[in-house]
Structures are given as C-alpha cells and as structure tokens.
Design a protein around this ligand. Structure first.
Ligand SMILES: Nc1ncnc2c1ncn2[C@@H]1O[C@H](COP(=O)(O)OP(=O)(O)OP(=O)(O)O)[C@@H](O)[C@H]1O
Ligand SMILES: [Mg+2]
Length: 339
C-alpha cells in the first residue's frame, strides 16, 4: 500500500473501485443534499432562469477539498435540467483530439463534466476556450504556413468542472465559467450528523444518537469521510456484537487512529514536523511534504485545508505556522511567543 493510500478518503475511493460507496450514498435530490446553502441558492436562480429561457445553464466551476460534494452537485444539476451528463476528467484527456472527440459527440443541451480540470494541458485548454465562449470547435489542419483552421459549430452545452486545486487553474480558463465559480465549504457537525443518519438508513445500520454525534465530530467535516467512518464503525460493532454507541464508535475509530478532532496519523505528523523540524514555522507546503515523505498534492489538497479549518495551522506570506492549538493538541509545551 502506498503512503497516499493510507488516507481514508483515498482508501475509500480506491478500494471502492468506481466509488461504489459514493454512488450508493450519493444524494439523488436537492432535499437530500445537506448544507452548502449559498451554493444551492445561487444554483437555483441560475438553473431556473436558464430553464425559463430555454437555454442550457452557463458553465460552472466547483472547487474545494475532496469529498465535499462537487461531483454530486454536477449530477443534481443534470437531473434538474433534464440533461445528459457526460463524465470525464483532466488526466483522461491526454490529447487535443480526445477533447475534440468529446465535444463533437455532445448532443444539444448535454452537460460535460470534467473532474480534476486543473490537470488539463495548455494545448487542450486552448481548444476549450472557443468551445466555451462561442460554441465552436477549432480544428487546425496541416502545419506551418499552409495550416488552416476549421471551425465546427457545436450544439449548445454546459461545461461543469471540478477541482481540488483552483490555484492551479489558469486565469483565462477560470474566467470562462460564466455561470459561476463556487467554493464548497466544510460542513457543520449538525449537517454531517444528518448525512450520517441518512446513510445509516440506506445501509440498514442501527446507530444511536451518541454514535452519530461521535462520527460527525471525527469526520473532518467531510461527507465522504463520515460515510467511510460509519462503515468502519459498523464493521467493528458487528464483530464485537455491540450496538453502535458513542463508545463503540470511539473504540472503532481509535483502532483507525482517528483522534477526537478527526485527525489521522498523517495530519498529526504534519503538525509534529512543523513544530519540531521547522520550529513552528513558517514552512512551505513543499518543504513540509518532503519532510513527511508525502506527495505534495495530498498534503496541499487533503491535509492542509482541514488543519487550516480547525485553526491548527495558519497561512502566512512566508508559509504555514503552527498555532497554539496545535501545540496543545499534541501535548507539547507552547512557546512563549504564542502565549
Ligand atoms: N451535501 C451532501 N449531502 C449528503 N451527502 C453528501 C453531500 N456531499 C457529499 N455527500 C456524500 O459524499 C460523497 C462524496 O461526494 P462527492 O463525490 O460529490 O465529492 P467530491 O467533492 O466530488 O470529491 P472529489 O474531490 O474527491 O471528487 C457522496 O457520494 C455522498 O454520499
Ligand atoms: Mg468528485
């Protein structure tokens, strides 16, 4: 197992193949999609107005840490406007021809969903711009002075894109999402509790209120993680022949080394490296990842956002610094400058 796979979200996504758990538990209606109220309100206006005009909605970008519900929103939008959803991802579009084939096969009002759009190559982005802006596919025939551009009109379509790394998107690409660029937020404990209750019903798991609370508390404010922890706790309770109480959840998650804040061993090690090796910081994400022996992308997309969210680290112009809370959480002596 690689280091990257030790992350619960990654493990769940990988072990579950095509995201089996994601699919069984994925909300099928807006009512089931808990939280993200600001985004839901904005989308409601965008989609209603487009429907009234008889147009496909304008292009939309969702960004935020993994497991917060970006892909789910794309599915809900397709359902809402009654459109076909065609799904692909940045890494899957290797050549200009791959994108050209995708675009030229779109039917009228189809939705094209490109996951991990930050991984599109520059040459491919160049083909995407005119498609998004003017609904044409530019194909260059030949090379050098005799090259010609063929302009193929495309049917009206909507591009929905998702990324965990919005900073890696070029400004020209970002500015072409005329339907809006939406940042998904971490969830409140109450909202995660609602999600856990719904998932428990679907999975036919009996879990008491205290068990739900305990899972919600330790889920990194992330629906996918909450669903993952629910399943792990269910397995534990089943083998121990006990109900899913807060004690059972505590024991199960203790075995997974998920602590009371929801931190995994890698999160804690990241804090420790920052405190010990970098004397509390500032340190750049690259340096921290190298010291941890973790992929820089995993640190930046998964670990850092949650530690920032909890206020265990802070971003400064010179890099990340450990806060007083981080010292306290690890039981380390707080330096005078933070008292
Ligand atoms: N608002 C929500 N309400 C209920 N369940 C949710 C919500 N958002 C996400 N989930 C659950 O979490 C799972 C993961 O969500 P989703 O696949 O949409 O995340 P994502 O943001 O696309 O993640 P990634 O960046 O890894 O692709 C869903 O299948 C669903 O079960
Ligand atoms: Mg997704």
């Amino acid at each position: 197992m690689s280091r990257r796979d030790e992350n619960p979200e990654e493990v769940e996504k990988v072990a579950a193949g095509e995201g089996f758990l994601d699919q069984t538990l994925r909300p099928a209606s807006w009512d089931e999609y808990v939280g993200q109220e600001a985004i839901k309100n904005n989308l409601h206006i965008l989609l209603s107005a487009a429907k009234e005009r008889g147009n496909p909605p304008e292009h939309i970008l969702f960004y935020g840490p993994p497991g917060l519900g970006k892909t789910t929103l794309a599915h809900l939008i397709a359902r809402e406007v009654g459109a076909n959803l065609r799904t692909t991802s940045g890494p899957a579009i290797e050549r200009v021809g791959d994108l050209a084939a995708l675009l030229s096969n779109l039917g009228p009002n189809d939705i094209l969903f490109i996951d991990e759009i930050h991984r599109l190559g520059r040459a491919i982005e160049e083909v995407l711009y005119p498609a998004m802006e003017s609904g044409v596919l530019n194909i260059i025939l030949g090379k050098g002075p005799s090259a010609r551009t063929l302009e193929l009109p495309l049917p009206p379509f909507t591009l929905i894109a998702a990324t965990t790394r919005v900073a890696d998107l070029s400004a020209p690409l970002r500015s072409r999402f005329s339907g809006g660029v939406y940042r998904l937020e971490f969830y409140s404990e109450d909202d995660i509790a609602k999600i856990v209750e719904r998932s428990a019903k679907i999975l036919d798991v009996k879990v008491d209120k205290s068990g739900v609370r305990e899972i919600a508390k330790r889920s990194r404010a992330t629906p996918r993680t909450a669903n993952y922890l629910l399943k792990r706790a269910r397995d534990y309770a089943q083998l121990k022949r006990t109900g899913l109480t807060s004690e059972a959840v505590d024991a199960a998650l203790g075995m997974l080394e998920v602590d009371e804040l929801g931190l995994t061993p890698i999160d804690r090690k990241m804090l420790e490296v920052l405190i010990e090796r970098f004397k509390g910081g500032p340190a750049g994400v690259n340096a921290i990842a190298a010291a941890l022996g973790e992929e820089q992308a995993t640190v930046a997309e998964v670990h850092e956002p949650f530690l920032l969210q909890l206020g265990l680290i802070e971003r400064t112009p010179k890099g990340r610094v450990a806060t007083r809370l981080a010292y306290e959480h690890l039981g380390k002596e707080t330096p005078l400058r933070l008292l």
